[in-house]
Ligand binder design. Structure first.
Ligand SMILES: [Zn+2]
Length: 312
């Protein structure tokens, strides 16, 4: 029997334009978008599409311009918390901050400095991911042209009062060569070779960075993303890493998954339309019931929404 409820559920709502970060409530149909310009969380009801800008407490230990790398939402003792991974540009310090999310307010519970300083590099990035075992992990990495990649990975735990503890998995480790788009699988971090599409090999690094191996993968995707496409940090689903790619100029959006068990790439179908989610703040997230949500700006210059949050 087909559920009329799921058939009628809207698949896309207005998002928040501009520089943003996004996380999903683990159980309720709610997304929290951090609007970097307003420095505030916007709560979006994923049933009605209603937006509400929350009164958001500002960090006290970070004084300079901040780069919000990622946010992740958890429930502890029936309270909802957002964990943010932030770089303070002025001090060069990295920080994890937990926010208690109430109906109208995001209140800071803890500002937790990582024992880590910014490194001058050609590219740097960070993300928070939940691995296949449900463990929350954070990673920061830096790339030095095509010569080397450094990374720092932590396991993040949040207790019942929203306090954060982080255990270092890999302490400022160096990898030979240029790697990007890391994914936490169950016990290893899987890296894709930078500028070596269609990624016919990956680097598998144990969580403690003591064991490294190159793994060959086959390409079973019929339509590999065109040159110049942007790849977004993946989400983990069972034995797969799922990547969203877009090419706004060609109006192309695709999803490719890297199947670790089968050691191959597969392409998943995306409902293509004129409203390709693109730009510099695109985020792919997976809800607890397995739905994939994409948030970011719209490529259609005439779109009145300007940004979307969509199930793909
Ligand atoms: Zn649009």
């Amino acid at each position: 029997m087909i559920s009329t409820k799921s058939v009628n559920e809207p698949k896309s709502f207005c998002g928040v334009p501009g520089r943003t970060r996004c996380c999903l409530h683990p159980v309720a149909p709610v997304a929290y978008i951090f609007d970097c310009f307003k420095s505030a969380f916007v709560r979006i009801d994923l049933k009605s599409g209603r937006h509400f800008t929350m009164e958001t407490e500002q960090p006290k230990t970070l004084v300079g311009e901040k780069i919000w790398y990622d946010v992740h939402c958890v429930i502890r003792a029936s309270e909802t918390y957002a964990i943010a991974l932030i770089l303070d540009h002025e001090s060069g310090k990295y920080c994890l901050i937990s926010f208690l999310l109430k109906e109208e307010k995001a209140a800071i519970v803890e500002e937790c400095q990582l024992n880590l300083k910014k490194i001058s590099a050609d590219a740097n990035w960070g993300s928070i991911q939940q691995d296949a075992n449900g463990q929350i992990c954070g990673i920061v990495y830096w790339r030095f042209l095509d010569k080397a990649t450094r990374f720092h990975a932590v396991r993040i735990d949040v207790d019942e009062s929203g306090m954060i503890s982080n255990d270092i998995l890999a302490n400022n480790c160096r990898l030979e060569g240029a790697w990007h788009l890391p994914t936490f699988s169950s016990n290893a971090i899987v890296w894709l070779p930078f500028c070596a599409e269609p990624y016919l090999f990956v680097l598998n690094v144990s969580y403690d960075a003591t064991r490294l191996c190159i793994i060959k993968v086959e390409n079973h995707s019929e339509n590999w993303p065109l040159d110049g496409s942007t790849w977004i940090s993946p989400v983990v689903a069972d034995d797969k890493a799922v990547f969203y790619t877009f090419n706004a100029a060609k109006k192309l959006a695709q999803i490719h998954c890297l199947d670790w068990k089968e050691k191959c790439w597969r392409e998943l179908r995306v409902d293509a339309n004129d409203h390709i989610i693109s730009g510099s703040s695109v985020v792919l997230k997976r809800s607890q019931d397995g739905k994939r949500f994409l948030h970011g700006e719209c490529s259609n210059a005439f779109c009145s929404a300007k940004a979307h949050i969509s199930v793909i």
